[in-house]
Design a protein around this ligand. Structure first.
Ligand SMILES: Cc1cc2nc3c(=O)[nH]c(=O)nc-3n(C[C@H](O)[C@H](O)[C@H](O)COP(=O)(O)OP(=O)(O)OC[C@H]3O[C@@H](n4cnc5c(N)ncnc54)[C@H](O)[C@@H]3O)c2cc1C
Length: 316
């Protein structure tokens, strides 16, 4: 059986390694000649560490920073548990060194093209947010700094001496505005950037990204909404690639969509929560809050219901 993967981002590259290291006939193709750097460098460490171990990659070799705290709107300070900052670009560059990009007819086609979703049919009522980001030098304590509002947030991620400053919101103007607010709240001066770019991120859960499978085309990663309500897509995209690999290896591709929807139930809950907050449905948001707090306390940052209630009161 021949497998063609489109997109060698975090999901496609990982899937390629799972397949090729286990004897499958797999090809991969990406539009880019170098990996996209983007600001996507926070990762749910324990899950990702285990996943990368499977393809012989030691995630610890790529960790740039283990921030102690997450500070939100300058007022709420949470203990960081599991969000590490990794050198995503270097990890992808190391994988790409062994890839020869090619396209051919295949029995199974994988759309791992992320937000572009270039192979699967378009999503009806797609929701895509705009992000801006830059790398800058600053002398700050190694924490994650966030400035949040109902529709998005700005962040400063430590990269060990350098910082990724960025924001995501419903438009580029709003994202720039958030970055300006972040600078003001934390005293992060605009001293000129080492690099700067714009990108987009899909903000829909898998159940709203159908079709997930179309004929012999299977979506993997952000192409099918493996991004949490808070914009975490790295570890979920890896996990999604692993599910695809397991279904293929067990000759059970017909179970793929069901397994994706089951695995990412928590992403569904987070998106419901975000939608409720954004649309002012306070009662629904409060009902979903304990679940969201419990999910994120396990996978990212220690938090209590009171912390998030306090945060909700700060959001405009
Ligand atoms: C600014 C920003 C910050 C983020 N920060 C974080 C973070 O801190 N932590 C986190 O967990 N997640 C973060 N995310 C989300 C995360 O980056 C994505 O969800 C994740 O990268 C998705 O992985 P993927 O492999 O599905 O897609 P991608 O990583 O986007 O890879 C898609 C690949 O497909 C290629 N491609 C596109 N079109 C075609 C085509 N027609 N043919 C062939 N190839 C094509 C692209 O070049 C790319 O290499 C962030 C996203 C953005 C935009």
């Amino acid at each position: 059986m021949q497998i063609q993967i489109y997109g060698a981002g975090i999901a496609g590259s990982y899937l390629h390694e799972l397949l090729s290291q286990n004897g499958f006939d797999v090809r991969i193709y990406d539009l880019r000649s170098k990996p996209d750097c983007r600001c996507a460098w926070g990762i749910a460490y324990s899950e990702a560490k285990e996943l990368y171990d499977r393809i012989g990659i030691n995630l610890d070799d790529y960790i740039l920073s283990k921030p102690k705290e997450v500070v939100i709107n300058g007022k709420i300070v949470l203990k960081n548990k599991n969000v590490y900052i990794f050198d995503r670009k270097k990890l992808l560059e190391d994988l790409w060194r062994n890839f020869k990009f090619e396209k051919s007819e295949a029995d199974v086609v994988v759309d791992a093209t992320g937000c572009s979703r270039a192979v699967l049919p378009k999503i009806e009522n797609d929701v895509v947010y705009c992000t801006v980001q830059s790398i800058e030098r600053h002398d700050l304590d190694e924490n994650i700094y966030i400035h949040m509002r109902k529709t998005g947030y700005a962040w400063a991620f430590p990269l060990g001496g350098r910082w990724h400053i960025g924001a995501g919101d419903q438009s580029y103007e709003r994202a720039f505005e958030l970055v300006r607010k972040l600078r003001k709240v934390y005293g992060i001066e605009d001293r000129g950037n080492e690099c700067y770019c714009k990108a987009k991120i899909r903000m829909l859960p898998p159940s709203k990204c159908k079709p997930i499978v179309h004929g012999n085309i299977y979506g993997v990663g952000e192409a099918i909404g493996c991004v949490s309500g808070g914009g975490e897509g790295n570890a979920p995209s890896l996990k999604c690639a692993l599910i695809f690999y397991e279904c293929l290896a067990n000759n059970a591709l017909e179970e793929y969509e069901k397994r994706v929807l089951e695995e990412f139930w928590w992403i569904e809950e987070e998106h419901k929560f975000v939608t409720a907050v954004q649309s002012g449905k306070k009662f629904t948001a409060l009902r979903l809050l304990p679940k969201v707090v419990s999910i994120e306390s396990k996978r990212s940052v220690s938090q209590s219901i009171r912390d998030i209630k306090n945060l909700l009161n700060l959001l405009r």
